[in-house]
Design a protein around this ligand. Structure first.
Ligand code: GLN
Length: 492
């Protein structure tokens, strides 16, 4: 049995039946990381010894019958999430050598469930980017074509799952950073609603948009992961007390308004602003075919309108940099990571930040500081917040008429490394279809729905109202039960 080809759910079943052990699974994946990570650069840190120790503990737990479905499952963690004692770089030189003294809440929860942590994955610096090219530690290569980007900013997590180096992974999504790399790498990527998952221990980029999300090869696997990390956390004032459903159980029956393996009665909205020129022909073709599959299962597709879509990119690139400029003020060389040796405090700040931050991060800090400065605050930040409310209103109206929205995750498939690296605006456009969901605080998932003529995966994005992740997961699951895209794996 090729252990790494199992889905997370299959691996969990094999563990429970005693057909394999967590140590065996962990050794198999550590072996694959050793073989393939030098070419992919998906992992920045591999915690091999700790992983094996966690695996031995998990095996003990499984034998004693005290296991949960995730016990003994090896996972990867994006390097913006704090794991106590393990380097957390956020893809930045400024955090080189930083080891968090505490676990993020999501890590505490996963460890309590008995997972095995394989290591930390590559990311655009402070999660700012769409290609992983903004990492200070080198680009991650797309497992489907190493000359192409894996997407970003959670490119390392997406590539690790696609390449069979982990059964699942955590990422973060501020404007698309889970869904877009999931699309580029052909895996499932779910961004929960704002407030669904605690952000405590997530290195902040834009606090009103950030949300931790999950990667896996199937919606079923993603359901298990989301169930393990979701829920209220007193340490994150924006996390919500909304009860956490049993997402895995809901796949079979629940997730109103439909049950069973049919999608009868499900109303699917196709936003007319998302099916426009600028979307690659192969992406349109694959997404339209996927909508036909949903219709074949009983869903009714109809056009909806999200009239403020055109403003979303501008709004995001005011709000996200504004929040980032405030969040990144803490990296002053005194409290965290790297510190320049300089004669005065001001020199120390200037040199630490000058050398520690990369070009994109500096660009965001400047944009954000400008937008928040006296005289410009009303013209930019306040205005952007007002339009943000209109964008949320667009989704509220659409969800009066439909249960989910279906659209491309990204207008293109994975682009070449270097292709957009010198053109920030072209790079920002990679997220036009994902960032409105962050502005509105709603949930979204990307699921592989085919390939373009170059053999690169295409993502179908499903969006739903806040806190109905169960519905999105169920639609993605039923889609995967009917199609075989998720069974395709890249040849490494
Ligand atoms: N690509 C977007 C940006 O650069 C979104 C990143 C993210 O979701 N973290 O801001």
């Amino acid at each position: 049995m090729e252990l790494h080809t199992l889905s997370l759910t299959e691996a969990a079943a094999a563990l429970r039946r005693g057909e394999t052990t967590s140590v065996e699974l962990t050794r198999a994946l550590l072996g694959r990381i050793e073989a393939h990570n030098p070419a992919l650069n998906a992992f920045l840190t591999v915690t091999g010894e700790w992983a094996l120790e966690l695996a031995r503990r998990a095996d003990g737990r499984i034998q004693s019958g005290a296991a949960s479905p995730l016990t003994g499952i090896p996972l990867a963690i994006k390097d913006v999430i704090c794991v106590q004692g393990v380097p957390a770089t956020a893809g930045s030189l400024i955090l080189k050598g930083y080891r968090p003294p505490y676990h993020a809440t999501v890590i505490e929860k996963l460890l309590a469930a008995g997972v095995v942590i394989l290591g930390k994955t590559n990311t655009d610096e402070f999660a700012m980017g769409s290609s992983t090219e903004n990492s200070a530690y080198g680009v991650t290569h797309n497992p489907w074509d190493p000359t192409r980007v894996p997407g970003g900013s959670s490119g390392g997590s997406a590539a690790a799952v696609a390449a069979g180096l982990a059964f699942g992974a955590l990422g973060s999504d501020t404007g698309g950073s889970v869904r877009q790399p999931a699309a580029f790498c052909g895996v499932v990527g779910l961004k929960p609603s704002y407030g669904r998952v605690s952000r405590y221990g997530l290195i902040a980029f834009a606090s009103s948009l950030d949300q931790i999300g999950v990667f896996a090869r199937t919606a079923e696997d993603a359901a298990l992961l989301l169930g393990a990390i979701a829920g209220h956390d007193p340490r994150d004032g924006t996390s919500m007390p909304t009860p956490v459903p049993d997402y895995a159980a809901q796949l079979q029956s629940g997730g109103s308004p439909v049950g069973g393996q049919s999608l009868r009665g499900l109303r699917v909205g196709l936003p007319k602003e998302y099916f426009v020129s600028g979307v690659e022909a192969d992406v349109s073709t694959a997404v339209s075919a996927a909508v036909k599959v949903l219709e074949g299962l009983g869903a009714q597709a109809r056009e909806v309108s999200l009239p403020h879509t055109e403003q979303a990119l501008s709004v995001y690139y005011i709000i996200a940099p504004a929040e980032a400029s405030a969040n990144l003020a803490r990296f002053d060389g005194v409290r965290y990571g790297a510190r320049a040796d300089a004669p005065t405090l001001w020199d120390e700040y200037r040199q630490t930040r000058g050398a520690g931050f990369g070009a994109e991060v500096k660009r965001r800090i400047m944009l954000g500081t400008y937008a928040l400065s006296t005289g410009y605050y009303d013209a930019y930040y306040l205005q952007a917040q007002k339009v943000r409310t209109l964008i949320k209103g667009d989704f509220d109206s659409a969800f009066d008429d439909v249960d989910v929205i279906a659209c491309p995750t990204s207008p293109t498939t994975a682009f070449k490394i270097g292709e957009k690296a010198d053109d920030p605006l072209a790079m920002y456009l990679a997220d036009v279809f994902t960032l409105p969901a962050n502005l509105a605080g709603i949930a979204g998932v990307s699921v592989n729905c085919g390939f373009d003529r170059a053999g690169l995966p295409v993502g179908l994005q499903l969006l739903g109202p806040a806190f109905i992740e169960d519905r999105l997961l169920r639609v993605a699951h039923v889609f995967q039960q009917t199609t075989e895209w998720h069974t395709k794996v890249p040849a490494l």
